[in-house]
Write a protein that binds this ligand. Sequence first.
Ligand code: GDP
Ligand code: MG
Length: 176
Amino acid sequence: TLHVGVMQELGCKLITVGDSKVGKTSVSRQFTDNKFSYQATPTIGMECHVRIMNVSSKLVTVKIWDTAGQERFRSMTVGYYRGAKGVIFVYDITKRKTFEHVKSWCRIFDEWGDKDAEKMLVGNKCDLEEERQVEMEEGEKLAKDLGMMFHETSAKDDVNVTEVFMKLLGKIINRV
Ligand code: GDP
Ligand code: MG
């Protein structure tokens, strides 16, 4: 008899949501490719960042969907939100407006997205401390009010990026 170790293989769709230029693409790319660039990459249509990894002894194909410049409220189609098991709401700690818009993004997700999706709030660009316009405590409070996890990140310096994804994936995978 041939014994083959079978690993449960799972697909997992994650999405990033938030204003343009907050660093959605950069955070995703840092997680999947360990790369950062100052150059904006104005891709057209939809991108998908993929990483296959082990989460809680399960082989998971993580697919992080990414929009390219259509991040105006309501301009994204329902297909973007549908089936997402986790959503990362991103704002830029150096741009107060992007923080103020989080509630609107959240409302849109609640309208279109899965009710039981795991949520994470991310204040990105924490390497730019001298330009900070949103205090960490404000981010923490908003996350608590909206019932989600929270981290400040730097896609540039790779601060807390792994933590964001591993916490989100851990919650999702342990429910399967
Ligand atoms: P998106 O429009 O939300 O996908 O944002 P991008 O990922 O394209 O990033 C917008 C700009 O911010 C780019 O020039 C990035 O290089 C820059 N950026 C993204 N994340 C960080 C970060 O953590 N720190 C700094 N200093 N710049 C960042
Ligand atoms: Mg982008």
